[in-house]
Design a protein around this ligand. Sequence first.
Ligand code: SAH
Ligand code: SF4
Length: 441
Amino acid sequence: MRAMQHSPDLDPSLPATMPIAGHIDPVPVPRPGLVDGVTPREDGRVDLIGLTKKQIAAVFEAAGLDAKAAKLRAKQVFHWLYHRGVTDFEAMTDIAKTMRPWLAERFFIGRPEIVEAQVSTDGTRKWLLRTADGHDFEMVFIPDADRGTLCVSSQVGCTLNCRFCHTGTMRLVRNLTPGEIVGQVMLARDALGEWPKANENRIGTMAGLDFDDEDEDATSDYTADGRLLTNIVMMGMGEPLYNFDNVRDALKLVMDGDGLALSKRRITLSTSGIVPLMARAGEEIGVNLAVSLHAVTKDVRDEIVPINRKYGIEELLQACADYPGSSNARRITFEYVMLKDKNDSDADARELVRLIKQYKLPAKVNLIPFNPWEGAAYECSTPERIRRFSSIVFEAGISAPVRTPRGRDIDAACGQLKTSAEKKSRAELDRLAEEKMAALD
Ligand code: SAH
Ligand code: SF4
């Protein structure tokens, strides 16, 4: 008897749930066994967000369900998670009441933590988010008359060092996981109140709005259903092709017809030009491609997009010409940041046209006014210069809209996703640039 009283988990005077120091779990719960590619949280529970239907079935099986039950439950749970957006197992009404606590003890439905949410006077919203291990990254939602675009991050920081980009002044902290990437889309759906209610597959609030265009896709019922979040661009922090597997897995979840069901035609992946991975992106992900070209001569592109020293303009444009699925209906977007006296001359505009024609690219050009940040070595081109550049490209038959900066009052505009980057001196910036450049060789 005495020995029993020394053993805290057997002491009848202690409440069963009292936290006890040490390794003893007051309510021992058999945890799911290990499944390939799935890492449990610190509390032993497995976060289901970011897992495919198959992986969910595998973790259910590892937790003790037989294969058939695991598959059925995975299908139900997947629907609740990604189609209905529930964050509590208790809400899963077609799952037996007794099974819900069993799930809650072993599994978890996560979202990135919101550190700060801001709304701009123009309706743009920005969220500062935090991973479970304490790294900050950002996500931006940009509403327009005919669409709402979520700008999603793929990495915390970036290994590359485009000289006009603030993220380039950060080191790469780590890749975001599929759960953290798809979690951004889910969080935006939460914030915009866009999950279907019970017995409702479509939201009718804005029905009648014509969400354009060439994007109509027979496999998706997502287009004209009145949601605000209609498009996704992988244009937040990081180089998505350097986090290839996680970005691919996350976007597959975003496109899954049983879940979020966003059409691949409404998703755009932006790359600085990681040539060897571009064909794979087309084959394995199949979304629209945007390429951060930004310059048309070797000298200038070597300077402002240093990955150009590894994969030059010709190679890059050839990879664009070979990109699976590109066509006149699905053109490649070339992003071109307007930097005063650097890349904005008439000759640059003509060379851009010549290159696009030489490679017979179905292309459009997005002209982005440079968003300055403290310590940047560049200035934005004048509005007249941008207009002139745009008209030269346009007159050659290539669409070249100027992207209006959005959310400037909350620092939400392109290349401004910087909250977690501390200020660095010029010398520090130069040192970091050299270091990143050396890593390219
Ligand atoms: N790493 C990817 C995607 C993220 S950046 C890429 O480089 O494509 C999204 C776009 O914003 C890119 O075209 C990038 O070059 C551009 N950008 C970055 N900083 C900018 C700034 N300060 N002003 C304007 N555009 C910027
Ligand atoms: Fe990285 Fe893109 Fe910024 Fe270049 S522009 S540093 S690739 S995030």
